[in-house]
Ligand binder design. Structure first.
Ligand code: CA
Length: 473
């Protein structure tokens, strides 16, 4: 009997084991199905161009330089006609994109030269938030938020970094006068912290590296964040020979070179987006594209870009300095082929992404961007009643269609320049209405001053003294 009981018990145990196995499979199958039904957090891809003009891609009206990949990106999502950046030059704009906070709060009023302090210590970035929320994070390209160790992307939330720490460099392998490879901490191409040989034209290399990162995410459980930050189409004016040939019909040499550089960037973006499609990750990836600031037209390293029909360019608080090409694409969630004409700003992209990722925010570092999703779905109207700018000796404020700009005298413009413009009728800021509407000017100045105190801007208070204002256009 004992042996029979043993056999019986053994059989029972075996039976129970099989039942347990079946239960395990059913339960886990159910959980998996439940997981599949749950809206999962999107992957995130930031694509940033450097010094690209407002009018320099097909969907923005460009006729002489084809940009099929950027056009397809815009066509697959939302194009923002009034998309702004907080900074009129590289570092301030990139800082606010990374943090979702105005750059004046975090010590980045201007571009960061070699050896100078970078993005304020301790400020969380979109990368550090997403990493904490379980994302795999990578930066490919230009950083320009400080080359000192505390500012290194690997210390600011990025698992991987391929690119360079500074603000600009040659697109081709750098050589010293002696013919030796130049080692410059600011411009050296690195993987992580290790200097690497530059294999080719940097824009091609960044496209390949971005595509490679995407390919490695296929089949991973972890969502990813890729910040693809080009230095194209910033000076120096250098395009590969085959791209110059492609635009041989453009007579102006600088514009021809610009066309080659822009076309190479468009191809690199196409390469990364193709990798995303082929990895089956396109459906659940939130993609943004912006230029970090407007195209430099006459100064601040002019590159033959065009901001038509906007006034001014890089380094200015005129529309041409801060209104940029601005697209968002998230298949199945954002309406393809649509436009959005209420003002938005690059900090909103980061606020939106952090909300979608369910990131746990650090209350010590409140962000200034707005989660755009309720506005893009039509549940809410007008994400920003007021937007304000300050760069160097200039400032500006936009409320609805009204834009008030003020620029201190410079070597170029001897007298201060101020203007009140109705952007709804006068997108080129050419018809100054400030003399006709002194009350509006006064109220907008007061609002701007309040904002400046709040973010800790660096202009002296007398900058907004009405008595100092010259109403000349
Ligand atoms: Ca720039």
């Amino acid at each position: 009997m004992e042996s029979l009981d043993c056999i019986k018990n053994g059989r029972n145990s075996e039976k129970q084991f099989l039942i347990n196995c079946l239960l395990f499979l059913v339960m886990n199958g159910g959980l998996y199905a439940a997981d599949m039904q749950k809206p999962s957090r999107p992957n995130v891809l930031y694509i940033v161009a450097d010094d690209m003009g407002y009018a320099d891609c097909g969907v923005q009206g460009c006729k002489d330089i084809p940009t099929p990949n950027l056009d397809a990106l815009a066509a697959g999502g939302i194009r923002f006609t009034d998309g702004y950046v907080t900074g009129a030059v590289c570092s301030p704009s990139r800082a606010a994109l990374m943090t979702g906070r105005h750059q004046l709060r975090d010590g980045v009023p201007d571009w960061i030269p070699y050896g100078k302090p970078g993005l304020g210590a301790g400020v969380p970035t979109v990368a550090s938030y997403l990493k904490k929320a379980g994302y795999r994070t990578a930066l490919v390209g230009k950083w320009h938020l400080g080359e000192q160790e505390g500012c290194n992307p690997l210390n600011r939330g990025f698992d991987e970094f391929y690119g360079f720490l500074g603000g600009g460099r040659s697109y081709f392998p750098e050589k010293s006068k002696a013919g030796q490879a130049k080692v410059n901490h600011y411009t050296q191409l690195v993987r992580g912290r290790e200097p690497v040989e530059q294999p080719e034209y940097t824009t091609h290399a960044f496209g390949k590296e971005g595509a490679n990162f995407i390919e490695r995410q296929k089949g991973q459980d972890q969502p990813f964040f890729l910040y693809l930050a080009f230095n194209a189409v910033h000076t120096p004016m250098e395009a590969p020979e085959d791209y110059l040939q492609k635009f041989a019909s453009i007579k102006d040499k600088k514009r021809r070179t610009y066309a080659g550089m822009l076309s190479a960037m468009d191809d690199a973006i196409g390469r990364v987006l193709k990798a995303l499609r082929e990895a089956g990750l396109e459906e659940n990836t939130f993609i943004c594209f912006i230029s970090d600031n407007g195209g430099p037209i006459v100064r601040n390293a002019p590159n033959a870009s065009r901001n038509t029909p906007l006034r001014g360019g890089k380094g200015e608080t005129w529309e041409g300095g801060v209104r940029v090409p601005f697209f968002l694409k998230w298949t199945g969630h954002l309406k393809a082929g649509s436009t959005f004409d209420e003002p938005v700003i690059q900090m909103d992209i980061t606020a939106t992404v952090l909300a979608l990722a369910g990131a746990e925010m650090d209350g010590k570092w409140p962000i200034n961007g707005v989660n755009l999703m309720p506005y893009l779905k039509g549940d809410k109207k007008n994400p920003h009643e007021t937007l304000c700018w300050e760069y160097g000796k200039q400032w500006a404020i936009r409320q609805g269609p009204w834009k008030l700009t003020y620029a201190f005298p410079t070597k170029v413009a001897k007298a201060p320049v101020q203007g009140l413009f109705d952007l709804g009728r006068d997108i080129g800021e050419s018809n100054d209405l400030s003399a006709a509407q002194p009350e509006r000017v006064k109220e907008m100045k007061v609002t701007w001053e309040k904002w400046r105190k709040e973010v800790g801007g660096n202009l002296p208070a007398q900058a907004i003294d009405v008595k100092n204002v010259n109403h000349a256009p």
